[in-house]
Design a protein. Sequence first.
Length: 205
Amino acid sequence: MNTERISTAAEHAMERALAVLSAGGLVVMPTDTVYGVGCLAFNSEAVARLYLVKGRPENKPIPVLLSSAVELDSVAIEVPQPMRRLAETFWPGPLTLILPRRPSLPQAIGPGDTVGVRVPAHRLAQRLLSAAGPMAVTSANLSGEPPARSADDAEMALAGRVDLILDDGPSPGGQPSTVVDGTTDPMTIVREGPISQAALGRSMS
């Protein structure tokens, strides 16, 4: 397949991305951490294709990105109050929370009954998510390879595999998000990232 690449400065960039997503396609998009590749979170066929395109192991869940914390309850249930405090403190930003997932979320998102959720601090990503709704998004690279920090990186890895690449220049963060498991007591830091354990602890006190 041919992979289309559009600058986010183009007037039709958002319209084109929404059309691709609505048709079940895969879109590479900039975020505040690294470039991601994603699809509509509630489209199980698109999510299954996302696993295939990345060569991602089926036992490794795909996170869901939201436009704001207001949407949290659309994909997660029984969210502990401490996790809501973390969301209020660090969203939008490089923090992924693992939470009990809403049963209506496709099983294709990953095994088990949890989902990783994040709100990116990136203007284009937020615009797209606000218009499209929750998206299943993972780093725009082949599984096991370094994350893409630019549209060039993503194109080298995924050209011919995805429908559209939105080019917004180099990613401002360059480092994957901090991941916290909110289903354990106490919470568990699954992956250290831009938000430190000390910062997380201060927000919980």
